[in-house]
Design a protein around this ligand. Sequence first.
Ligand SMILES: Nc1ncnc2c1ncn2[C@@H]1O[C@H](COP(=O)(O)OP(=O)(O)OP(=O)(O)O)[C@@H](O)[C@H]1O
Length: 240
Amino acid sequence: MLELTGITKTFGGVKALQDVAMSVAPGEVRGLIGPNGAGKSTLVNVISGLLTHSAGTLTLDGAPLDGVSAQRRAENGIARTFQNLRVFSSLTVQQNIDVASYTGTASGRGGDALLHEAILRFDLADRLNEPASSLPYGQLRRLEIVRALALRPRVLMLDEPAAGMNEQETEALGEALGWVRDESDCSILVIDHDLKFIMALSERITVLNMGEVIADGTPQEVSENRQVIDAYLGEEEHAA
Ligand SMILES: Nc1ncnc2c1ncn2[C@@H]1O[C@H](COP(=O)(O)OP(=O)(O)OP(=O)(O)O)[C@@H](O)[C@H]1O
């Protein structure tokens, strides 16, 4: 269980996060949505240890993460992808995955069979021996996710995985992530602006606005929440 209490992050005078509380249960998919600048990426950066929070506490399975380096957190099972792609373009797809496998704790969670299945589900099996630089954009994004899965994470954080994908690619991505949700005990925290995608995938959703949590609930609960409609969804999405 990943647990955040009172998380605050300031950049100079800007309060990017204010008193944020959130928990992600084992195996749960939690969506994180909100308008541009709401603090979503900052929150993922704080959880992964790229940024140090200004106040509050975060724990993984009861153990405090405060002061634990980003690398250590990754070794302890917190994996992530970035808004901008960060694969090793001169290595093959397989090598990219292997590097992550060696880096991970490989403590037995998941196992090779699960990783093999992930390569199939994320539609990379035909491209394993090709350099990552030869992959089209959608496949590169999927490679990033499989590489993160190769770390055998307990918590996988995805920062806008569907960004730049067409409807078909987004649908396929949603199906593959649904498989991760159903077949592994890995929790997923996913940011995206594609509401159809996020509503279908997430069991619970946290909504941030100007650094504060304004709603936390099932997709249906948050889509009917007046504050969320006013701050982010708008009447049209609500009606849809
Ligand atoms: N390194 C930084 N230095 C100064 N301000 C920052 C920094 N990173 C983020 N901010 C500010 O913190 C706030 C939250 O930004 P953040 O990128 O977390 O929002 P977001 O919800 O992820 O937005 P988007 O949906 O556009 O990606 C914004 O006001 C942003 O300008």
